[in-house]
Design a protein around this ligand. Structure first.
Ligand code: ZN
Length: 427
């Protein structure tokens, strides 16, 4: 396989390394968009949009919508790619852990559905945003990511946990997730963060911090044909959507990438996919391009490609899959189907995305969950219901979804970009 196919995988790994929290993910995307000539809009200002231009807007620092406007949005509608910036794991509690010694262990809340045991014994750090007092007393959010391992969830020795290999590694969720941080008693996070940011403690007003792994992403396998990193779910979709959006200029319609925070906790929030961010942004785009009057007709000729990762066949666990609908890593994008509409795809959506893959010259696969396992969901059904635009749920195949260290194929990121470009190139 040509080196170029792995180049996109390497670029994805660097993207994830630079995005240890959803706030960083939105900031990295904003910086890349700005470098490509996209203009940042603010929600609290009026918008003037010009055909041929690209724009982006952020909400809550961690959700981002970027779009490009063609000559006549009413003629060919919208092509929307949706993804999410957040990943399951842990968020820091304001006060320290009550779990006992050391007294300066940090308390966490569980965010979404991480495989908790995979966070044990890893070189973790803190990343997110810290609110500081600005020059005139106003609160200013600053991005913060520890540049070294800062916290740890130590395992229990096997001599003290004899059944661990038979029973699995389990942590009591309230009492056994204290993150070892400091020998200094009562050394809370505020003075530490103030020191890290070069402020005095009184200037730190609050924070939103995630735990994140410091180990950089890597390729592995005999030919480097696989990738491993945290947060592949779902920064791989944000990255592919961003690559496709900046590479593919719409002729007439509107192309749009929506990357939401809070998918892993149900999307019901100010900046989540179930909130007003996407409908309000689409409405403002149509109003600014004089297309609002034809809204329903425009929506009827539009598509949402909801991009989130898919479960790849794991040969060690064949019983976890419906064997005829188990996609392979490096086998191309996956169309996700679920009769109960946990995924929004239907027959028309499947055909739509399959044709895009054919035009792009990339293989395509299908995933259907087992009947005897509850199926996960994603933003596709939510945005389909809120917007009333046809939606197909797709994504790259991956292993170990929601592990601290996920893995996937090194060819699939390039396949995904090509497939998304084909979807966006229609308008
Ligand atoms: Zn996901």
């Amino acid at each position: 396989m040509a080196v170029q196919e792995y180049e996109i995988a390497d670029d994805l790994l660097a993207f994830i390394d630079a995005a240890p929290s959803p706030w960083h993910a939105a900031a990295i995307m904003a910086a890349q968009l700005e470098a490509m000539g996209f203009e940042e809009l603010r929600e609290d200002e009026a918008w003037t949009l010009a055909p041929g231009r690209g724009y982006f807007v952020r909400r809550g620092g961690a959700s981002l919508i970027a779009f490009r406007v063609g000559r006549d949005p009413a003629a060919s509608g919208l092509r929307i790619i949706g993804a999410h910036t957040d990943s399951p794991g842990f968020r820091m509690r304001p006060e320290g852990s009550t779990a006992g010694e050391p007294s300066a262990a940090l308390g966490v809340e569980i965010y979404g559905g991480p495989i908790i045991a995979t966070f044990a014994d890893r070189d973790l750090t803190l990343a997110g945003r810290v609110w500081c007092r600005g020059q005139h007393g106003e609160p200013v959010p600053l991005l913060y990511a520890g540049d070294r391992p800062l916290v740890r969830l130590p395992n229990l020795a096997i001599h003290l946990n004899r059944g661990v290999n038979e029973d699995g590694l389990k942590f009591q969720l309230q009492d056994q997730l204290g993150m070892v941080f400091s020998d200094r008693a009562n050394n809370g996070l505020t003075p530490f963060l103030a020191e890290e940011l070069g402020h005095d403690p009184g200037a730190v007003l609050g924070w939103e911090l995630a735990l994140t792994d410091t180990q950089p992403g890597t390729r592995f396998g005999a030919d480097g044909e696989y990738i491993a990193n945290g947060q592949i779910d779902n920064l791989a979709s944000c990255h592919a959507g961003l690559c496709a959006l900046v590479q593919e200029a719409p002729a007439e319609g509107v192309t749009l990438l929506a990357c939401f925070d809070h998918e892993e906790v149900g999307s019901e929030s100010h900046r989540g996919a179930a909130g007003t961010f996407l409908p309000a942004t689409v409405e403002r785009i149509l109003a600014a391009t004089d297309a609002a009057a034809g809204r329903e007709a425009i929506f009827a000729r539009s598509w949402v490609v909801s991009a989130d990762m898919a479960h790849a066949w794991n040969p060690n666990f064949p019983q976890a899959y419906d064997q005829r609908h188990a996609p392979r890593v490096n086998g191309g994008p996956v169309i996700k189907l679920n009769a109960k509409q946990r995924y929004a795809s239907d027959g028309e959506g499947e055909i739509y995305f399959r044709h895009a893959c054919e035009r792009a010259g990339v293989p395509v696969q299908r995933y259907v969950h087992r009947n005897d396992l509850p199926c996960g969901s994603t933003i596709g059904p939510i945005t389909a219901a809120r917007l009333g635009i046809r939606t197909v749920d797709v994504g790259g195949a991956m292993w170990a979804m929601h592990s601290a260290r996920e893995s996937a194929g090194a060819l699939d990121p390039a396949y995904l970009v090509s497939a998304f470009r084909a979807c966006l190139s229609e308008v």
